[in-house]
Design a binder for this molecule. Structure first.
Ligand code: MN
Length: 130
């Protein structure tokens, strides 16, 4: 069974690209287009990893990350922020909110999946063995 990735991203083109790149590598991707629906999906999906845009509607990614961390079901699920915020301090803000790491937009299609797998080595192992 392939790993499920929850992608919380409000931009349709970014959702399309990330989903395409991940599915190409054998992952199952479920996307949410805003913070609130991402929070609703997370306990249902129990994803292996969560990719989180920071600039989102209904609530921002920091609030989404903090909420995921407060819940027992996603307290330890790896969360990787994927964001175009490139100002000094944003990385720290992501980590403070509970994210495990941070990938800057625009994503590099060649290295995107490898970057994500680096935050959860089991992902790469599982795919290699399937
Ligand atoms: Mn966004």
């Amino acid at each position: 069974m392939s790993d499920t990735i929850l992608l919380i991203e409000d931009n349709e083109q970014n959702r399309y690209l990330a989903t395409f790149l991940l599915e190409q590598r054998g992952y199952r991707v479920t996307a949410a287009s805003d913070g609130r629906s991402g929070l609703e999906l997370a306990p249902v999906l129990q994803p292996t990893i969560i990719l989180l845009d920071i600039q989102l509607t209904t609530m921002d990614g920091y609030e989404v990350a903090r909420t995921l961390r407060r819940r027992a079901s996603t307290a330890t699920t790896p969360i990787v922020a994927v964001t175009s915020y490139a100002m000094v301090g944003d990385r720290e803000r992501c980590l403070e909110a509970g994210c495990n790491g941070y990938i800057e937009k625009p994503v590099d299609p060649v290295t995107f999946v490898d970057q994500i797998e680096a935050f959860h080595p089991r992902l790469a192992d599982t795919q290699a063995g399937s």
